[in-house]
Write a protein of this length. Structure first.
Length: 341
């Protein structure tokens, strides 16, 4: 049997990223043949990855990389937050996001075949990471945005990479593009304009908001506070000319009932109409970025801010780690009891 030296173990580790004991075991199994040891670890990694395939990986990091007129954003998951701070994991996120920006794959299947620059494919990089790190490591999703020479990217990551954002702006500088990316990270819009919200989505969100009002009213009743009214509309898409005309007539009737002189109505009505519009576009304000109050100056909306800058939001991507994944509930007390048995 060939003698397994520390130099051989070091070389195998450098080629595969395996741990010391795994590298030594592989060399022993194949009698010191380096190429066979690499294949042994590869097969072992595939087996480990297969065993971990059904585990829930809901932690991890986002990656953001800009390469000229192309920007990529990724979400790469691990099973625990502890592992997501591992240097190897962080490097994997950076390398994969860079490879996607440069390779511009059409879909997830095409992404698996990307060359990672070390002779391995992206798919193999995740097999190796799962074997080396000891948890399920997976590329959950990615998106690519392209811009023209006269457009600007804004890139921002928040909370150590838990949230990643890319914006594409026209007629704006890099600072404005980044500030808008920061706004989107904080406010979590889903679309650019209210025009992109469909009626079913608006109706469902409006029902949720009214349910919340019902809950608030239960609390208000306990302290003899006047109940809050339900929202009738949620989006500017629902505020037709007829709806706005009726709202105006209702305001006039209210002013008349209050005994306000008719000669001052024209000064009061615009403010009340704006309040009506604000109250009945709450879905827009939550989900459409142009309708949201700008986080750095809430006296104006994002749309108004961009108009002042002579800028237009062309596209954005926002990834938040774990969003939409049903995480496994851990019962640590039960786990300890099981281990004690």
């Amino acid at each position: 049997m060939a003698q397994i030296t520390a130099k051989m173990v070091k070389e195998l580790r450098e080629r595969t990223g395996a741990g010391v004991m795994d590298a030594k075991k592989a060399l022993v199994e194949v009698d010191g043949d380096m190429d066979k040891a690499v294949q042994f670890l590869h097969d072992k990694g595939m087996a480990k990855a297969a065993k971990k395939a059904d585990r829930v990986a809901a932690e991890g990091l986002t990656g953001v990389y800009v390469d000229g007129n192309v920007a990529a954003i990724t979400e790469i998951n691990s099973e625990t937050d502890f592992v997501s701070q591992n240097d190897k994991f962080v490097k994997l996120v950076d390398d994969v996001t860079k490879a996607i920006a440069e390779g511009k794959p059409a879909d997830m299947e095409a992404a698996q075949d990307l060359d990672m620059g070390d002779g391995n494919t992206l798919a193999q990089a995740f097999v190796d990471a799962t074997a080396t790190i000891g948890e399920k490591i997976a590329l959950r999703r990615f998106a690519l945005e392209e811009k023209t020479d006269d457009q600007e990217f804004g890139a921002y990551q928040h909370n150590g990479g838990q949230i990643g954002v890319i914006t594409v702006l026209e007629g704006a500088d890099a600072e404005t593009a980044k500030h808008l990316a920061m706004h989107i990270a904080a406010m979590s819009p889903k679309v650019i304009s209210p025009d992109e919200l469909d009626e079913e989505f608006i109706t469902e969100r409006l029902a949720e908001m009214n349910h919340k009002i019902d809950q608030d009213n239960e609390s208000r009743a306990l302290v003899n506070k006047k109940p809050l009214p339900h929202l009738v509309y949620g989006s500017a898409k629902q505020l037709s000319d007829d709806v706005l005309a009726k709202a105006k007539e209702d305001i006039k009737a209210e002013l008349k009932e209050e005994g306000k002189p008719e000669k001052i109505w024209d000064k009061i009505i615009p403010g009340k109409m704006q309040r009506f519009i604000d109250d009945n576009t709450q879905v827009d304000k939550q989900y459409a970025v142009l309708s949201q109050d700008y986080i750095m100056d809430d006296s104006k909306t994002v749309g108004e801010f961009l108009k002042e800058k002579g800028a237009k939001l062309v596209a954005f991507q926002r990834f938040e780690v774990g969003e939409g994944i049903e995480k496994k509930e851990e019962d640590f007390a039960a786990e300890v009891r099981e281990q004690m048995r």
